[in-house]
Design a binder for this molecule. Sequence first.
Ligand SMILES: [Zn+2]
Length: 345
Amino acid sequence: MIIDRYSASLILVLSLFVGILDASAGDFDPVYRACVAECEKTGCVGERCFPHCKFLSDSVAAEGPWYMQEPLYLKWKQWDCQSDCRYNCMVDREKEREALGDGPVKYHGKWPFRRVFGIQEPASVVFSALNLAMHFHGWLSFFILLYYNLPLRQDKKAYYEFASLWHIYGLLSMNSWFWSAVFHSRDVDLTEKLDYSSAVALLGYSFILAILRSFNVRDEAARVMVAAPLLAFVTTHILYLNFYKLDYGWNMKVCLVMGVAQLLIWAIWAGMSKHPSRWKLWVVVFGGGLALLLEIYDFPPYHGFFDAHALWHATTVPLTCLWWSFVRDDAKFRTSNLLKKTKGL
Ligand SMILES: [Zn+2]
């Protein structure tokens, strides 16, 4: 009898726990759930009604199933309806909670953010755009330094052996921050996958780059040997996320391992090499490590705008500036070393 009661309560606790793990506290709330279900049926939350939901029910009733018409357009409408319903139910529920003296809770894995012109997380969008601008500025000044300021070889190529690797890095970074800005403006299945995929691609590539630069791998064949297995893994991981399962926990582990590994590689290299700009590496590694803590110690948005994730995007802006400055220094350093060698011969 005791065992029965024990196992029953254990199952109850476990099922509650699974329920909590499965959904955020906010969308677990029956009041919120009822509000969203009602809204998706009627297109209204209280006095506020949303044209997207109206459109959806009209078209389905009048012209047959939505996929028979322009599917992507109608799909967007459906997303708009769901998003409007969820947002307005969340705002109402959060007001009620505040009146009761309760703090904010997460909905569908996200804190309750205030929208600005329909943008879901304005602070994260602004910081993503700033990161994008920083990478563009950094890459452009690197390009100008290489091809206009530093001496070129007779075949008009740069002396710096890692030039093309950094060009690809610049492109992947800008791509990743572009999709980050899009994703934080409007969080739907498609934008989420594009953001995650480009972030994983950038992280994987910069991991390869960290190995190639710190071990000074200059031989083309050796570079391919190092890059191939990692590229294969990263590609498989991206395909897995997109076409099999968007597993947040597993993706977090993969990203954390690749991220920490490259920070360690740069840190050890900065400690061992006599690179003239190694202090910049130290700052970026420590800054990057501290910024990572913001991702781990998640806190709700201040005034509905600045949460841990937005601040994390903010900290990478100055770090990016310093990072490209290191890359430029590295290009100068390697070029002058190579020129000294050729003169010595
Ligand atoms: Zn983000």
